[in-house]
Ligand binder design. Structure first.
Ligand SMILES: C[S@@+](CC[C@H](N)C(=O)[O-])C[C@H]1O[C@@H](n2cnc3c(N)ncnc32)[C@H](O)[C@@H]1O
Length: 390
C-alpha cells in the first residue's frame, strides 16, 4: 500500500514514492524505491522542526521516548553570544559580554538527526536526503540549508550530505551506543580550536545540545569547541581538520613556536597513552598507574587547555585514590572533579550525579559539601567518607 506523504504540520509532499509506514507515531519511508528503504524518517508529532533518520527499529524505539512532547527547556533569557561573519572561517559565535566559567551559553534542540552511515548508492543519495529534508517545516529547511557546506565535492550527490559532514555534532540517545550525527542551527556555528573555551554535550533527557563555557570568556572573544581528538599531535590534527573540515587550523596551540609544539605534542601523547591503557585494561585506570603520574597528566592537560581530558584524568585519579584507600587524595580529586563537571555540564548534570554515586552519595549530599561560593567542608566530607567506609 503506497500512500503519499505530508508532514502532519505542514503541507509538504515528500515525493510520490514516499509512503506512510505508521501515522501513530509518524514514520515514513523516504523513498520506497531505494534499496535502503530500511532507513525511515520519524517526524515527531507537532514538531515540524525535527527529523530523525534511522532503521525502522531505531525510529520505533525513538518514537516511544515521549521526549518530543516535552517542550524544549528555555534558553538563557539574554543569549550571551552573537553569531556573525568572521572572514575566512565563515560565521562564528562570539561573546556579547563576558561569560563566566561554568555558564550555560546555549541549549538547543537538533533539527536533523541521522544515522552515521545512510549507505545508499550515490545516485540515490540525493533522493533520500531531499525527502528527509522535506520532512521539516519550510523555516527549518531554510535554516538547515543556510548551514555551511565545506564539502562542495559532495554537492552532486546531495547538497544536504556536505552540510551533515561539515556540521554534525554527536547526539547520544538512550539504549544505543551509536553517536548519531545531529545538526543544530546555532550550535553548529561554533568554530574549532585545539584548546576550546566551551564544551558541547548532548543531554538525552531533554533531547538538547548543551554548550558551557569551560573558561572565563571575555566580551568580543570567539566561543569555540573541539571538532576532533584533541590528544592527536599538531600534524595529525591539521591533517584531520583539513581532510574532514577543509581548513588549516591557526589556533594559538597550532601556531606555537616549534619547540613548544614538540612539548605540546609530547604531553598530548602521554595523555593519549594513559587513555589507551584505560581501554586496554577495560578499567578506570591503566595497569601500573600511579597517583603522581596522573597528577602530572592532569597538570599537563590543564596547561594544554584540554578540559575534557583533564576531567577524565581526574576521575581516574579519584578511582586510583579510592583503590588505595587514600582519603586525602580522594578529597582533592573529588573537589577537582566537582569543579570540572560544574564548569563543563552545569550544576545538575548527570556527570555530577555520577561522581556522587561513585562515592556512594546522592547528588544532593555531595552538593551540600561543595556548595557554590562556600569553602569546601572537608571535615563533613571525611566524616561522610568514613561512614561509607570507601
Ligand atoms: C561547523 S562549521 C562552523 C561554522 C562555520 N564557520 C559557518 O560559517 O557556519 C565548520 C566549518 O567552519 C569552518 N571552520 C571552523 N573552524 C575553523 C577554524 N578554526 N579555522 C578556519 N575555518 C574554520 C570550516 O570551514 C569548517 O568546515
Amino acid at each position: 500500500m503506497v500512500e503519499e506523504v505530508a508532514h502532519p504540520e505542514n503541507n509538504f509532499q515528500f515525493s510520490v514514492f514516499s509512503y506512510i509506514f505508521s501515522k501513530q507515531p509518524y514514520i515514513v519511508t523516504a523513498d520506497h524505491r531505494l534499496v535502503t528503504s530500511w532507513h525511515f524518517l520519524f517526524l515527531p508529532s507537532e514538531h515540524p522542526n525535527i527529523v530523525f533518520v534511522d532503521s525502522l527499529e531505531g525510529v520505533q524505539a525513538t518514537s516511544k521516548w515521549g521526549l518530543w512532547n516535552e517542550p524544549c527547556p528555555p534558553p538563557p533569557p539574554h543569549p550571551p553570544f552573537v553569531i556573525r561573519d568572521c572572514g575566512e572561517k565563515g560565521m562564528g559565535m562570539f561573546a556579547r559580554r563576558s561569560i563566566a566559567r561554568g555558564e550555560l551559553i546555549i541549549l538547543e534542540r537538533p533539527i536533523y538527526v541521522t544515522q552515521p552511515n545512510v549507505s545508499v548508492h550515490p545516485d540515490q543519495q540525493r533522493t533520500f536526503y531531499e525527502a528527509s529534508l522535506a520532512g521539516l517545516s519550510s523555516a527549518t529547511q531554510a535554516s538547515f540549508m543556510s548551514l555551511r557546506n565545506a564539502r562542495p565535492e559532495t554537492q552532486s550527490e546531495s547538497p544536504i550530505f556536505g552540510r551533515i559532514l561539515t556540521n554534525a555534532l554527536a547526539v547520544k540517545v538512550p539504549h544505543s551506543k551509536v553517536r548519531f550525527p545531529g545538526l543544530f542551527p546555532q550550535l553548529c556555528r561554533a568554530n574549532h580550536d585545539c584548546a576550546p573555551n566551551a564544551h558541547y554535550f548532548f543531554c538525552a533527557e531533554t533531547f538538547t545540545g548543551h554548550f558551557y563555557a569551560v573558561r572565563a570568556i571575555a566580551a568580543g572573544e570567539e566561543i569555540t569547541m573541539g571538532y576532533i581528538d584533541p590528544m592527536a599531535s599538531r600534524e595529525q590534527r591539521q591533517s584531520l581538520l583539513s581532510a574532514k573540515y577543509k581548513f588549516r587550523c591557526t589556533c594559538m596551540t597550532c601556531e606555537l613556536p616549534p619547540a613548544r609544539v614538540l612539548l605540546s605534542d609530547a604531553r598530548r601523547q602521554a595523555i593519549a597513552e594513559y587513555f589507551l591503557g584505560m581501554k586496554d585494561t577495560g578499567s578506570k585506570f591503566p595497569k601500573d598507574a600511579t597517583l603522581p603520574h596522573v597528577k602530572d597528566l592532569v597538570r599537563w592537560a590543564e596547561e594544554e587547555g584540554l578540559v575534557e581530558g583533564a576531567s577524565i584524568l581526574i576521575m581516574s585519579g579519584l578511582r586510583l585514590a579510592q583503590r588505595d584507600g587514600n582519603h586525602s587524595e580522594m578529597l582533592k580529586f573529588t573537589a577537582d572533579a566537582v569543579n570540572y563537571i560544574r564548569a563543563m555540564e552545569g550544576n545538575d548534570s548527570a556527570g555530577f550525579a555520577m561522581v556522587a554515586s561513585r562515592l556512594g552519595f546522592s547528588a544532593q549530599q555531595l552538593a551540600s559539601i561543595f556548595d557554590d561560593g562556600l569553602p569546601i567542608d572537608y571535615t563533613l566530607f571525611e566524616r561522610m567518607l568514613a561512614k561509607k567506609q570507601v
